[in-house]
Design a protein around this ligand. Structure first.
Ligand code: NAD
Length: 421
């Protein structure tokens, strides 16, 4: 994702949604630009005594509906354009789910695999030192993203507490449980998608036993396969960055999870339990009812979109379908449950973590699941109804749903302070 103009690409969705709503052009103008993006150079001491610097950003795209919320990624290809695009998506994702947040995002341009654990900790702490004035429990709330995890969030929360001189757990979500993290955060993204599919299954004409292909077998991919597999659906193909396997009779999820736990590819299970090697490039076109992209951006493009045989695509990854591919899927009658709705279970449970931190009272996992299910079903149903009533795709409907809420909030703030509210 290093192509310039990524945000311009994403903004096409905004214009499209606006064409279905009667809203003030000023609202659109406000949402076309990030409110603020801060760029810094983080300097840290390496283990060998040398110093190294890394570019880092934090974008607060829009805070009309509440403090900005969004992850921090550590990736060598990160750019300001990517950070702003991801923050734009977060703005709409939080609005779709009616969470009291705006959208934000952060990144450090680094390959974390090249750092020792101590260097990684120094870099994480340096990020918070640089951005302590920008983030805050009621201002901007980071979370994990690509190549950042709960351990890093723990270091960051600790650094923020040291700067402020008091514990402020609500400043960051995705923390270890011991530091105020929430139960149920681990599988929240997949679980949200699972509740959504289950809720809309009848409307979508899905059968009792679906055949499912999952692209990417990390947190999101493994959990969606486990949840749907436990309901008796057949996982017929899975892939990761190193290979893919398939089985018409259904893959053994235990074998796949075991391989991943040992640090091996899903392809290492080929030959066991009827698992057959597949070319990972063919995964998108596997004969199935449900295709779950749970890997990277732009994996379904104009080259492979017409090979998709699934009736339904559940976007657990962010931006896995290019706009051109989206049009092909729509033409072929394939329903896409879009990322800003389908993978919003993650930010929803992050919101629960923030609420629990603020109230100092913690819920059990059943309560988390029940609350997540209620929100996924409520917003999923609302988007479905918009899509049916207006005869538009679920993606456009999700943007229409979110934009309606954003416009209402922008107007409610008053127009005299329009661009600074
Ligand atoms: P992860 O790092 O745990 O897993 C990613 C998986 O994708 C790995 O199995 C990796 O091998 C695989 N992969 C990478 N390149 C691939 C390729 N070319 N073909 C097939 N597989 C490939 O990440 P994750 O947390 O599961 O996130 C996956 C996607 O879901 C990302 O787009 C992420 O932004 C999105 N997402 C995750 C969360 C969350 O809470 N984890 C929340 C919202 C969105």
């Amino acid at each position: 994702m290093t192509v310039d103009g990524l945000l311009d690409h994403a903004l096409v969705r905004l214009d499209e949604a606006a064409s279905h709503l009667n809203i003030d052009q000023d609202v659109i103008e406000k949402l076309k630009f990030p409110r603020e993006t801060t760029k810094v150079r983080l300097m840290i001491r390496m283990d060998d005594g040398s110093r190294k610097s890394f570019l880092a950003w934090r974008c607060r795209y829009d805070d009309t509906r509440g403090p900005t919320k969004g992850g921090i990624r550590f990736h060598p290809d990160s750019t300001a354009d990517e950070v702003e695009t991801l923050a734009f998506w977060m703005t709409f994702k939080c609005a779709v789910m009616n969470l009291p947040y705006g959208g934000g995002k952060g990144a450090v341009q680094v390959d974390p695999r090249k750092l020792s654990k101590a260097e990684l900790e120094r870099l994480s702490r340096a990020y918070i030192q640089a951005f302590a004035r920008i983030i805050g429990p009621d201002r901007d709330i980071p979370a994990p993203d690509l190549y950042t995890n709960s351990m890093i969030m723990g270091w960051m929360a600790d650094e923020y507490a040291q700067i402020k001189g008091q514990a402020e757990p609500a400043v960051i979500t995705g923390k270890p449980i011991a530091l105020g993290g929430s139960l149920g955060r681990g599988d929240a993204t997949a679980r949200g998608g699972y509740y959504l599919v289950r809720h809309l299954a009848e409307d979508l004409g899905l059968g009792q036993t679906m055949r499912i292909a999952v692209q990417g077998f990390g947190n999101a991919g493994q959990n969606i396969a486990s949840l749907l597999g436990a309901d008796g659906h057949k996982i017929v193909a899975v892939s990761d960055s190193e290979g893919a396997v398939g089985s018409k009779a259904g893959l053994h999820i235990d074998l796949l999870l075991e391989a991943k736990a040992k640090g091996q590819s899903v392809a290492s299970t080929a030959g066991q339990g009827g698992h057959e090697l597949l070319d990972p490039k063919d995964l998108v076109g596997v004969d199935c009812d449900l295709l779950v992209p749970a890997a990277l951006e732009n994996m379904i493009d104009c080259q492979n979109a017409s090979s998709v045989k699934a009736k339904l695509v559940l976007e657990l990854a962010n931006g896995p379908v290019t706009p051109e591919a989206d049009a092909i899927l729509a033409r072929n009658g394939i329903v896409v449950l879009p990322d800003i709705l389908a993978n919003a279970g993650g930010v929803t449970v992050s919101y629960f973590e923030w609420v629990q931190n603020k109230q100092g009272y913690y819920w059990d996992v059943e309560e988390i699941h029940e609350r997540l299910k209620t929100i996924m079903e409520r917003e999923g149903r609302a988007v479905w109804n918009i899509s049916r009533e207006r005869e538009i795709t679920m993606r456009t409907a999700a943007y229409v749903h979110a934009l309606g809420r954003l416009a209402e909030a922008i107007e409610a703030h008053g127009t005299q302070n329009f661009f600074t509210s």
